[in-house]
Design a protein around this ligand. Structure first.
Ligand code: C5P
Length: 297
């Protein structure tokens, strides 16, 4: 049996730099991963199977064939001419449809495990190209380390020197639809055409050069950035603003922001110990919210 943690993906910053003719948005995003996530196990078997357990398994209704793990496994098997299968187990510890890459992170982790189980010889770029059509977040999740992401998610460049900030993840239990958030972003932008855009590419802003300095001030850089989807997501689910206010009120919180298209938000802290204290406080205030402390890398 092979196992891995499909870590939660966090968009520490997410700028939108353009839109493609097919409606997909061009992004410029700094992405890191929390040291917490879903657990995936794969074992040899004659056929493909997927069993799901865990805190959030009930939020994944429907056929297992619709799960991104299944789609990634089937695509890899068919592309590589594999005749055998695999018994896959997903322990769903992360809330679904919540902006932290759950489905994409699961698909990426499962594909890497199956790649080893089936003794394949694909490069990470080859795997990313094969699986990109299943989800724009899959290439960054295959990388699984701090990256600058551009294009619709397929251009992934490693970044170095990001401090292992403590982090608190908070999800208020509201699922927001990614296409709806992007659509509202488009209509808000349309209404405000006259307003100058702050949507610069993070690469243009010198981030990569910055990242290669010995001691870049990451916090200052991140504070100058934003998540362009935070405003439309907040309009669709106003509780997101409550989550951000609660994180910001934690005494040692350095930065609070939404991840991806929401609704999960995160707070950065100097240490994981500080994050653990803040998480306990938030849990006490809002027992129905999902709150998890960790650190990023
Ligand atoms: O690829 P993924 O399944 O994550 O995308 C879900 C939806 O989000 C897409 O169908 C599209 O409407 C929107 N999206 C986008 N631009 C991106 C990623 C997603 O407009 N870069």
């Amino acid at each position: 049996m092979l196992a891995a943690i499909a870590r939660a993906k966090l968009n520490l910053a997410l700028h939108i730099t353009g839109i493609r003719p097919d409606g997909y948005h061009l992004l410029s995003s700094v992405v890191a991963f929390a040291n917490y996530g879903d657990r995936i196990e794969v074992s040899p078997a004659e056929a493909l199977s997927l069993h799901i357990s865990g805190e959030f398994s009930q939020q994944l209704p429907g056929r297992v064939e619709d799960n991104l793990i299944w789609k990634a496994a089937a695509r890899l098997r068919d592309a590589m001419g594999i005749t055998g299968g695999a018994a896959i187990h997903l322990q769903k510890n992360l809330p679904v449809a919540s902006g932290i890459g759950g489905g994409s992170s699961d698909a990426a982790a499962a594909a890497l495990l199956l790649h080893d189980l089936w003794q394949l010889d694909l490069s990470r770029d080859g795997l990313a190209e094969l699986l990109l059509p299943l989800g724009a977040d899959i290439p960054m999740c295959l990388y699984g380390a701090p990256v600058l992401v551009e294009g619709i998610g397929e251009q992934v460049t490693p970044i170095y020197g990001l401090p292992p900030f403590g982090v608190v993840l908070v999800n208020p239990g509201v699922a927001v639809s990614t296409p709806e958030v992007f659509a509202l972003y488009d209509s808000l932008r349309h209404c405000e055409e006259a307003k100058p855009t702050k949507q610069s590419s993070l690469a243009d802003s010198g981030l990569l050069r910055f990242a290669r300095n010995d001691e870049p001030d990451w916090l200052e850089l991140l504070r100058q950035c934003h998540n362009a989807l935070q405003e439309p997501a907040g309009k669709l689910a106003p509780v997101i603003d409550d989550v951000l206010a609660e994180l910001e009120s934690a005494p040692e919180c350095l930065l609070a922001r939404m991840s991806g298209s929401g609704a999960t938000c995160f707070g950065l802290f100097a240490t994981e110990e500080q994050a653990i204290v803040a998480a306990a406080r938030i849990r006490a205030h809002y027992p129905h919210w999902w709150v998890q402390a960790s650190h990023i890398s």
